[in-house]
Design a protein around this ligand. Sequence first.
Ligand code: MN
Length: 497
Amino acid sequence: MKNPFTGKSVWFITGSQHLYGEETLKEVAKDAQKIADGLSASDQVPVQVISKGVVTTSQEILKVVREANQDDSCVGIALWMHTFSPAKMWIAGLQEMAKPFVHFHTQFYREIPWDSIDMDYMNLHQSAHGGREFGHIVSRMRINRHVIAGYWQEEAVQKEFGDWARVAVGFTEAKTMKVARFGDNMRTVAVTDGDKVTAQQKFGMVVDGYGIMDLVDVMNGVSEREIDTVIAEYEQLYEIEDACRKGQKKHDTLREEARVELALRRFLDAGGYTAFTTTFEDLHGMKQLPGLAVQRLMADGYGFGGEGDWKTSAMTHIMKVIGYGTGKGTSFMEDYTYHFTADGGRVLGAHMLEVCPSIAKGKVKISVQPLGIGGKSDPARMIFTAEEGEALNASLIDIGDRFRLVVNEVVSVTPDAALPHLPVASVLWDPKPNLSVGAAAWIYTGAAHHSVYSQSVSSAQLEMLASMWDIEMILIDDSTSLRSLQNELRWNDVSFR
Ligand code: MN
């Protein structure tokens, strides 16, 4: 995947008023420039932060908001009230605001200069009450935004700013993304279905259907030379089972998977698709269900959902964009099998084949193994176990009258023992607050058996994303109680109606 942050920016706009005189406003503009430059230079912030100066009238605000709306490189706006900025002047601009925005509630100087502070100093450094006046109008207008309160040079504050900017890039990506579905969703399955028209209205993404023969046609155009190149890459990157090596009996299966990979890439790139789905119920003309090919594409940032699950596929890509460059992984996932132990228990997550190696720990092995579903020949797949540590599962569902995003924080752990007979990639996790409450809570929300598993995107970031989309999000974490969760669901039914 290309760096999604290249050429992207957050506009930094500073609010003030004319009451203080020209000298003060010059000072305000200088301070704003320094903060924007400081954020831009921070390792925590992956996009450019561009100061767009100080605004002091309703006309100026409306003008800069309209410019931001028109600018494709601008993914969001940061608003800072250096001084008091009477909020009625913000109404017209906020009414037309089409970009996500963060209210950056900070102050130019960290500490009060006890021995020199006078009224001039106080009048210049008024974020403490200027930010409150601005917050009032945004709340009164019922506009979703993110508020960051803290000192701008603080690492944690810069990280929150960067985390938000990442989400704004993911939100922007979703507006124009395209999902290709090969076949429909698995017959009679409820949760992988949903309203694709409403999804396009809400998120922007287009979901297009294709017959699997459209892919088979492209596969037939792949040359043996191209396949050789991909096989060489496999040999370099992964540990390949002996039976799959050149001259061995399963080598042709590996070559077939390389053909599928090349064809998928070609098909998706030609159509501008960054996410896709397959289904084992629609494989006419294929020798096998794509396994390794899907894993390779996910590793490159493409979204994927099994059995036609277009919502999870789109979320996989969007979350890969948000988490780009963090060095941690994101994958399509499914809660597969429970381990009910006295200490609370665990979940083994996996799928038939398609788990992304970005979450792998150590060397990845390629193997050809039987697949008892789909009635086709045995596919190649990557097998590995996942990196331990903090992670989450996210599931975007259509619950009939709206979309709901459900997130469960988990801690991934090393399996108690090796899994010598498990022919797929897997990850073992402890759901928060524990398996009983976590699993019951997930079920009350109606979230899917499919999810996006991620170590590179936080639940706080998914809350920001849900807020930008103006959709409901339910977080299952250490503080979840089933009683309040069920009440939250009841209240949200009214709130989001
Ligand atoms: Mn599945």
